[in-house]
Design a protein around this ligand. Structure first.
Ligand code: C5P
Length: 232
């Protein structure tokens, strides 16, 4: 599976995101469209960006009863996205239903990856709010393994967890890792960060990079730097 840099296009309007993507006149980057942009602009924005030649990771993190997730995934699959995701906490049955819904009549489907525990959830909150007593890293690995059992392609995780996920679930199981910063860059609100080169060394398959590219003075140069460090 080829390594790639995915740009988190965390904009909330069509005008802003297209203005940003217009800068990329050469290689068309893989882009992540999140809830903010999708809810603001609807499926048309996905079609428009796809038409421009970008691969798309649609980050909508589905979580509902299996039947609803199955039907919703079937709609997303028709949008011709390349990758989408869900919450592993929805259970193995929900993840299996998602794969069914996502699979097109010709047997093809977008990659499907799972969110384990959000990085915003601390062990304390997990214990107190969710009544989950196991240590956080055990929960992350257990959910990753559930995703594998359900037939998913990988998980979103911190670059620091990527090696462990591969150990537990195999090297073919994809790790998609946000929390990436240049060695000389601004960390912002991220806590556990890694450089693209470190993420490569630890075995991430895809890095998701937002502000180090979107807020850069020269976003194309920042993107090319990420690609050079991560893909080589
Ligand atoms: O701007 P920055 O590089 O921090 O953006 C990272 C992207 O990855 C954002 O879209 C953020 O929502 C997403 N993400 C994350 N940490 C997670 C899951 C997703 O930063 N655990």
């Amino acid at each position: 599976m080829g390594k790639d840099v995915i740009i988190a296009c965390d904009f909330n309007s069509k005008a802003e995101v297209l203005n940003f993507l217009d800068k990329f006149t050469g290689r068309k980057p893989y882009v992540k469209i999140g809830m903010e942009l999708y809810y603001a602009e609807g499926p048309e924005i996905v079609k428009e960006i796809k038409k421009r030649g970008h691969k798309i990771f649609l980050d909508l993190k589905l979580h509902d009863i299996p039947n609803t997730v199955k039907k919703s995934m079937s709609v997303l699959s028709r949008l011709d996205v390349d990758m989408c995701n869900l919450h592993a906490s929805g259970t193995i049955a929900m993840m299996e239903a998602a794969i069914e819904g996502l699979t097109r009549a010709d047997g093809t489907r977008p990659l499907l990856i799972a969110v384990t525990q959000l990085t915003s959830t601390s062990e304390e909150r997990m214990k107190n709010d969710l009544l989950i007593d196991a240590p956080l890293d055990e929960v992350v690995m257990h959910y990753a393994n559930n995703a594998k059992i359900a037939g998913l392609d990988g998980v979103v995780c911190s670059p620091r967890e990527a090696g462990k996920v591969h150990e537990r679930c195999g090297n073919e199981f994809l790790t998609v890792t946000p929390g990436v910063r240049f060695a000389d860059g601004v960390i912002g609100d991220q806590v556990r960060v890694m450089t693209p080169a470190d993420a490569k060394a630890i075995g991430s398959d895809y890095i998701v990079v937002g502000r180090p590219i979107t807020a850069a003075e020269d976003p194309v140069a920042a993107y090319e730097r990420c690609v050079a460090e991560f893909v080589g």
